[in-house]
Write a protein that binds this ligand. Structure first.
Ligand SMILES: *[C@@H]1O[C@H](CO)[C@@H](O)[C@H](O)[C@H]1NC(C)=O
Ligand SMILES: *[C@@H]1O[C@H](CO)[C@@H](O)[C@H](O)[C@H]1NC(C)=O
Ligand SMILES: *[C@@H]1O[C@H](CO)[C@@H](O)[C@H](O)[C@H]1NC(C)=O
Ligand SMILES: *[C@@H]1O[C@H](CO)[C@@H](O)[C@H](O)[C@H]1NC(C)=O
Ligand SMILES: *[C@@H]1O[C@H](CO)[C@@H](O)[C@H](O)[C@H]1NC(C)=O
Ligand SMILES: *[C@@H]1O[C@H](CO)[C@@H](O)[C@H](O)[C@H]1NC(C)=O
Ligand SMILES: *[C@@H]1O[C@H](CO)[C@@H](O)[C@H](O)[C@H]1NC(C)=O
Ligand SMILES: *[C@@H]1O[C@H](CO)[C@@H](O)[C@H](O)[C@H]1NC(C)=O
Ligand SMILES: *[C@@H]1O[C@H](CO)[C@@H](O)[C@H](O)[C@H]1NC(C)=O
Ligand SMILES: *[C@@H]1O[C@H](CO)[C@@H](O)[C@H](O)[C@H]1NC(C)=O
Ligand SMILES: *[C@@H]1O[C@H](CO)[C@@H](O)[C@H](O)[C@H]1NC(C)=O
Ligand SMILES: *[C@@H]1O[C@H](CO)[C@@H](O)[C@H](O)[C@H]1NC(C)=O
Length: 735
């Protein structure tokens, strides 16, 4: 490929020198100077400093970014990439008639691409990627009959891909990715028979990929991801037998894949077809592509078995999650055997399928493995005792299977582990204290299993943990204070266990906590005052415990959306500040011993958002809450009709009522506390169910990606380029 490119350049150079003799009169280097002054004047002020050398006291051919021809001193190259230039591109640039190469990449040029550029018929390289250029691709580009590279990646280009593009018959690289292009691809693309790379990913192109691209037999890299291409997998692609990288993820392709897929495209290295509507089975001939390194077919509707990869020694990524692969049975894991030949395997994601079988086999996979996602299948058996062989694992997702037995000791060797998800299995035994050795752990999900024993205090050593989910097990003992050292924690759920003791006083150290869920345990004592300083808290679930005392001052939790204190022994009045929490959507105070008047403002205006039943001594509030009226409040006293007599009468009745209330309260309190204990276990409050459902649906989501969004990973459709694009954009934002 390189050799041929060089050949082109040599050829063009010869042709150019010949032409130069004919054309060097008319325009002169003085013209070029004027053109560049004009160009500079359109660069926004304040960003022009980079072009300070563009002045009359300095020779044109030494100006920054300017290169001239050796004999004729006309500008042949303009290289202004990454100079932070803004403003618009002056149309006068079309007068630089000797220009061969124009690089404006990585600037902030806005406006449209001047159609006068079409006059630059000698252009071979045009790179205007990473700018903010809008409008369409000018039809005048059809003049670029010598253009080899056209890069307009990451701009704001609109309209369609013009059919005139078919005139650029020498084009080797075409990149129109990450714009807002729409419409269909023009059939004339089939004229670009020299193309080796074509990227049109991340636009809004629709319809079928034109059959004409079958003529582009030199094609090595084809990126069509993140568009709206529909219909079956484009048959024309099967003519591109030189294809090495094919990215067509995030489209609307449907139908089956040809059985001879791997025979027709035998040179593929990276193949990403994720996030389409593909059906049928994975062509077994995929295993004949011995060069394959990355395969993404995740998020489709594929069925059948997974082919073997024993003859694909360089396989690094195998992403097949979120399909309907497998038959729920032991045979499903045969392909795993073959993967032991793939000594460079890094990502194996087969979550969310119908795969069955025993897990032990995974310990024989290559130690290069980084991400192993097996969640939401029908795997059974124990986690293999030698799982510690996979020494480079950073992510282990085994949630929603039927795994049994304890966490094996060798797991402790996986010191790079960042995510460990085992939720919803049938695992048992204790949570080993070596989990505290995972200093890189950011997510630990052991919920919905049968783990027993205590919550290991060593967890406090996981100092960058964000999500700790250990709810719905049989854990007993107290909540270790050490957990409160993990100031990074965003989610803490220990609900549905047998935890006793109190909520640690220094819970206020969890300044990033968004969800605190310790519902349905045997926790007791007073709620710590510090709770009011967890300022990030949005969800607070304390229901179904034995907490007593009054609600401490949590008026600082202004971000809170859901609060459930039901089914405890809390008493005292309902703080008025709940009415002021503007984000609050659900407040459950039922089955406690609260007393006094319910506010009528804020959330208390809506009976579906608050529940207060089961508190004998509450009164007032809006009608729908069906509480007795508060005598204390009485009718509005500020009316004109009120008389002194009325006021006295009200005063007396308030006094009497309060006395009565107090008597009733103190008499019923003991009886009530005794009675309550076993109530909530029989009849979980609806809010507990709600949490359960939230947990599941969130869990499903999380599981679908094994915690790492596959869209982050496979991003703009190509595997490798993704992070490059992202980080560049990030850099731009930071600048
Ligand atoms: C560019 O050339 C056109 C004619 O082709 C002329 O009208 C225009 O003034 C020129 N602009 C500059 C800046 O030289
Ligand atoms: C012209 O450019 C040269 C080279 O950057 C610089 O040294 C000189 O100060 C500039 N002159 C003016 C007048 O800006
Ligand atoms: C355009 O410039 C960018 C940034 O330097 C570079 O990554 C890209 O490869 C260039 N495009 C072409 C076609 O050379
Ligand atoms: C193509 O280039 C020629 C010669 O410079 C010019 O006359 C013509 O206007 C250009 N065509 C377009 C569409 O810009
Ligand atoms: C380009 O292709 C179109 C349709 O495929 C054809 O009609 C046209 O003649 C071709 N143009 C050139 C310049 O080859
Ligand atoms: C594409 O391949 C098919 C079958 O291999 C062949 O019939 C067809 O002519 C090819 N198309 C082009 C444009 O080469
Ligand atoms: C494809 O691979 C299978 C299994 O390794 C083999 O039997 C078959 O001959 C291969 N087909 C071709 C065309 O290479
Ligand atoms: C693994 O590779 C070896 C050597 O290349 C080969 O003999 C063997 O058949 C392969 N295993 C599988 C399961 O394909
Ligand atoms: C793993 O590999 C070892 C040694 O190569 C072998 O003895 C063992 O049977 C393999 N285990 C599985 C489950 O295939
Ligand atoms: C955990 O770390 C401690 C101290 O660094 C070490 O002694 C222990 O062996 C580790 N545990 C495991 C299971 O690796
Ligand atoms: C906690 O659970 C373990 C295992 O079920 C049990 O042996 C232990 O006695 C329990 N501890 C307490 C304090 O209940
Ligand atoms: C009460 O809240 C529910 C759900 O949050 C909402 O659908 C309803 O419209 C609200 N009613 C009033 C009267 O604001």
């Amino acid at each position: 490929m390189r050799i041929t490119t060089r050949f082109y350049r040599l050829f063009l150079l010869l042709a150019f020198n010949a032409l130069m003799l004919l054309e060097s009169h008319g325009f002169t280097d003085e013209t070029d100077k004027q053109v560049l002054f004009e160009f500079k004047s359109q660069v926004s002020e304040g960003k022009r400093d980079a072009l300070s050398s563009w002045n009359n006291s300095f020779p044109l051919c030494s100006w920054k970014g300017v290169r001239c021809g050796r004999k004729h001193k006309r500008v042949t190259r303009l290289d202004l990439g990454g100079l932070q230039l803004g403003g618009v591109i002056s149309p006068s640039i079309g007068n630089l008639s000797f220009l061969i190469s124009l690089n404006l990449y990585d600037n902030s040029f806005g406006g449209t691409i001047p159609q006068e550029m079409g006059n630059l018929y000698r252009l071979q390289h045009l790179n205007m990627s990473y700018n903010f250029l809008g409008g369409g691709i000018p039809a005048s580009f059809s003049n670029f009959s010598r253009l080899l590279e056209l890069d307009l990646f990451s701009n704001h280009l609109r309209h369609g891909v013009p059919s005139e593009i078919g005139s650029l018959t020498k084009l080797v690289r075409l990149n129109l990715g990450t714009n807002n292009l729409k419409g269909k691809l023009p059939a004339s693309l089939g004229n670009l028979t020299s193309l080796r790379e074509m990227s049109i990913d991340n636009n809004n192109i629709e319809g079928r990929v034109p059959d004409d691209i079958a003529r582009l037999t030199q094609m090595e890299v084809l990126e069509l991801s993140m568009n709206k291409f529909s219909g079956v997998f484009p048959p024309s692609i099967f003519n591109l037998s030189s294809l090495e990288n094919l990215y067509i993820s995030y489209n609307q392709l449907s139908g089956h894949l040809r059985p001879d897929f791997g025979i027709l495209l035998p040179n593929l290295r990276e193949l990403n077809m994720a996030d389409n509507y593909l059906t049928g089975s994975i062509p077994a001939t995929i295993s004949n592509i011995s060069t394959l390194q990355k395969l993404g077919m995740n998020h489709n509707s594929l069925t059948g078995s997974i082919p073997t990869f024993g003859k694909v020694p360089n396989l690094q990524w195998l992403l097949l999650d979120t399909n309907s692969l497998g038959t729920y049975s032991y045979g499903d894991l045969e392909f795993l055997n073959s993967l032991t030949n793939c000594t460079q395997l890094e990502f194996l994601m087969i979550s969310r399928n119908r795969l069955g079988g025993d897990l032990p086999i995974i310990a024989n996979l290559s130690a290069t493995l980084i991400n192993l996602g097996l969640s939401a299948n029908f795997f059974s058996g124990r986690i293999p005792h030698d799982i510690g062989n996979l020494i480079n694992l950073q992510m282990l997702g085994l949630g929603v299977n039927m795994l049994t037995g304890p966490l094996p000791t060798s797991l402790g060797k996986l010191s790079d582990l960042g995510l460990l998800s085992l939720y919803s299995n049938r695992m048992s035994g204790e949570i080993p204290s070596f989990i505290g050795n995972f200093s890189r752990l950011t997510e630990l999900d052991l919920s919905y299993n049968n783990f027993d024993g205590v919550v290991p205090p060593s967890l406090g050593n996981c100092r960058i943990l964000l999500h700790l989910w250990i709810g719905y097990n049989k854990l007993n003992g107290t909540i270790p204070r050490e957990i409160m050292q993990i100031s990074s924690l965003v989610n803490l759920s220990m609900a549905g266990n047998l935890l006793s003791g109190s909520l640690p006083k220094d819970v206020g150290r969890l300044q990033n906590l968004v969800t605190l869920n310790v519902a349905d345990n045997k926790l007791s004592g007073k709620l710590p005052l510090d709770l009011g300083t967890c300022f990030s808290l949005e969800e607070l679930y304390l229901q179904g415990n034995y907490f007593d005392g009054t609600i401490p001052d949590i008026s600082g939790l202004v971000a809170v959306k859901r609060v459930n204190l039901s089914n405890n022994n809390l008493f005292g009045s309902i703080p008025g500040y709940f009415a002021k929490f503007s984000k609050l959507q659900r407040l459950s105070l039922s089955d406690n011993n609260f007393e006094g008047c319910i506010p009528t403002e804020g959330i208390f205006q809506n009976a579906t958002m608050v529940s207060v039943f089961g508190n004998r001594n509450l009164c007032g509030g809006i009608k729908q809450l069906k509480l007795k009226p508060c005598l204390a409040q009485g009718p509005p006293v500020e009316t004109k009709h009120s008389s002194l007599f009325k006021k006295i009468a009200i005063g007396v009745s308030v006094g009497v009522a309060l006395l009565l209330l107090f008597l009733i309260a103190s008499v019923s309190l003991r009886w009530f506390r005794k009675r309550k204990k076993n109530q909530h276990t029989n009849n979980p409050p609806s809010s507990t169910l709600e949490i359960f459902h939230e947990k599941i649906s969130y869990g499903d989501l999380r599981n679908a990606t094994d915690g790492f969004s596959s869209s982050n990973m496979v991003g703009s459709g190509s595997f490798g380029t993704v992070f490059r694009h992202c980080s560049r954009q990030k850099t731009r934002l930071l600048q």
